[in-house]
Design a protein around this ligand. Structure first.
Ligand code: AQP
Length: 332
């Protein structure tokens, strides 16, 4: 049976990239697969988080998932730190994974930047924890944005090395599921950099809590180039802003990029942006208002996380016991 595992960090500013690259695809996948959705709070603290904000952002992620259509009764929604197996397996993987492998991770290089010596050890070892998250449930498929592809390749390397070190066929080899037309949503201010929670410019991202006025303002101000929109996908080459806005339109309307090019080719950005605003507001506004409603009841969100964590732990615990036995760690 396929087991879908995916996670999202409670680091605030959930944006259109998180929605189109991850959450929207999860809503589709849950229709015929068993899914485990994790709010990865241990990942979030690899960069310092204010404790009150971390609690608030954790609830915000749960609200975003539910408001987008994830069924918390059928699927598991929980926060990572509540299931101790994540941290335990991450330690074992710290001993399986190689420093040379982690040194190649581009996300660490981007996030640590020139301040590498001052980055937390957790940020460096982040991909080992991510491998633990997935493999603790013997996850087979992981729906993610394109930015996570390299981390999933590392997860495969860790699974293979563990299996070969212990001469056992224990962990499955996971597959990334990079779905939809907006697998890498770019900043609205710069078509060459990823839309991200930590971009200092608010105008760089549409967030999942933006109201229609803000959505409209941000899209109207989105960077463009001077030419009309192209008629075909090939002509998007070298036009990152046009590519980004058209891909967002395609993903939000569940259509292909080529259809968007056929429909809007030849139009100026100003006209296209009006259509994009209408579409983004139509899709995001109901989610935004449902999020606001859910966030007014934090006790209910906490209950969902508590139930989800118990269900996750019931799956994780026996696997962790098996892993300990394989490694030679005496336990119950
Ligand atoms: N721009 C994006 N386009 C498509 N998918 C994206 N994802 C993130 N950004 C984009 C996908 O969202 C899921 C959850 O991501 P995350 O919150 O765990 O981590 P992140 O990649 O660190 O998010 P940010 O926004 O990029 O945060 P910062 O600013 O801290 O670097 C993942 O599936 C991810 O692929």
């Amino acid at each position: 049976m396929d087991i879908i595992f995916s996670g999202i960090q409670p680091t605030g500013n959930l944006h259109l990239g998180n929605y189109l690259g991850a959450i929207r695809n999860w809503v589709q996948l849950q229709k015929d697969k068993f899914c485990i959705f994790c709010v990865v709070d241990l990942h979030a603290i690899t960069v310092w988080q204010a404790p009150d904000k971390l609690r608030q952002h954790t609830r915000e992620v749960v609200a975003a998932m539910i408001a987008s259509g994830i069924d918390s009764e059928k699927q598991i929604i929980f926060n990572q730190s509540r299931v101790s197996g994540h941290a335990e397996l991450a330690w074992i993987f710290n001993c399986v994974s190689r420093i040379g492998w982690l040194n190649r991770m581009t996300q660490f290089k981007e996030k640590a930047g020139r301040n590498r010596e001052n980055a937390s050890v957790g940020l460096f070892a982040y991909p080992n924890l991510m491998a633990a998250d997935i493999l603790l449930y013997k996850g087979t498929q992981v729906p993610v944005g394109a930015d996570q592809k390299q981390h999933l390749e590392l997860t495969r390397d860790i699974a293979q090395k563990f299996n070969s070190d212990f001469g056992i066929d224990f962990f499955p080899i996971v597959e990334p599921l990079i779905l939809g037309e907006a697998t890498r949503v770019m900043s609205l201010r710069d078509g060459m950099s990823k839309m991200s929670k930590s971009d200092p410019s608010e105008l760089s991202r549409v967030t999942m809590v933006d109201d229609s006025d803000l959505i409209s303002k941000k899209i109207r101000k989105a960077k463009t180039d001077p030419n009309p929109l192209p008629h075909d996908v090939r002509s998007l080459e070298g036009r990152p802003e046009a590519q980004n806005l058209m891909a967002i339109f395609a993903a939000l309307s569940d259509t292909k990029l080529e259809i968007v090019c056929e429909r809007f080719g030849g139009l100026p950005f100003s006209k296209f942006k009006e259509e994009l605003i209408d579409l983004a507001v139509a899709v995001l506004s109901p989610i935004q208002s449902e999020m606001v409603r859910l966030l007014n009841d934090p006790a209910e969100l906490d209950r969902i996380l508590s139930v989800g964590s118990e269900r996750a732990n019931a799956l994780a615990y026996p696997t962790m016991q098996e892993i300990k036995k394989i490694v030679g760690l005496l336990s119950e």
